[in-house]
Design a protein around this ligand. Structure first.
Ligand code: ZN
Ligand code: ZN
Length: 142
């Protein structure tokens, strides 16, 4: 698990001041290690006795997302954003439309294709997102 210093240098390299609240939010996202909503971040912080209010959580998440430190994902048919750390070794998720659970997939099908695309178009690809929708074993589509 990264130390406080890691968060500090992440914030600093993105031109953000290192604050306790920003650190706490990054720590929560590291601990949970899967995409969660702002409400869930808020609940975790409360469990850890960090004094913060929900609108501050939203504001900090927005800020971190705008700097690319965290990723925001909006699920189809759901207006809640999910947030997760923007990791170098990122993962993709299988998302069940039935029970809404997200299963992490460790490998990235895009890696080779991305290189090809970059060579072909000259576009400098800095990242990508991919969510795969469907139904898990327990949920059958109607
Ligand atoms: Zn399911
Ligand atoms: Zn990928």
């Amino acid at each position: 698990m990264p130390s406080d210093d890691t968060y500090k240098s992440i914030l600093k390299s993105n031109g953000l001041k290192n604050t306790k609240r920003r650190n706490s939010i990054l720590e929560v996202l590291t601990q949970i290690a899967q995409p969660i909503t702002a409400d869930q971040v808020f609940l975790e912080l409360q469990k850890q006795d960090v004094s913060i209010n929900l609108s501050t959580v939203y504001r900090i998440l927005d800020k971190l997302a705008s700097k690319g430190i965290i990723c925001r994902t909006n699920l189809i048919g759901d207006n809640k954003s999910l947030f997760e750390l923007n990791q170098m070794n990122h993962r993709h998720h299988l998302i069940c439309m039935g029970c809404k659970q997200m299963l992490a997939v460790d490998d990235c099908p895009f890696e080779q294709y991305g290189k090809l695309l970059q060579a072909r178009t000259g576009f400098n690809i800095t990242g990508h997102k991919l969510e795969i929708y469907g139904y898990c074993r327990n949920c059958k589509p109607r």
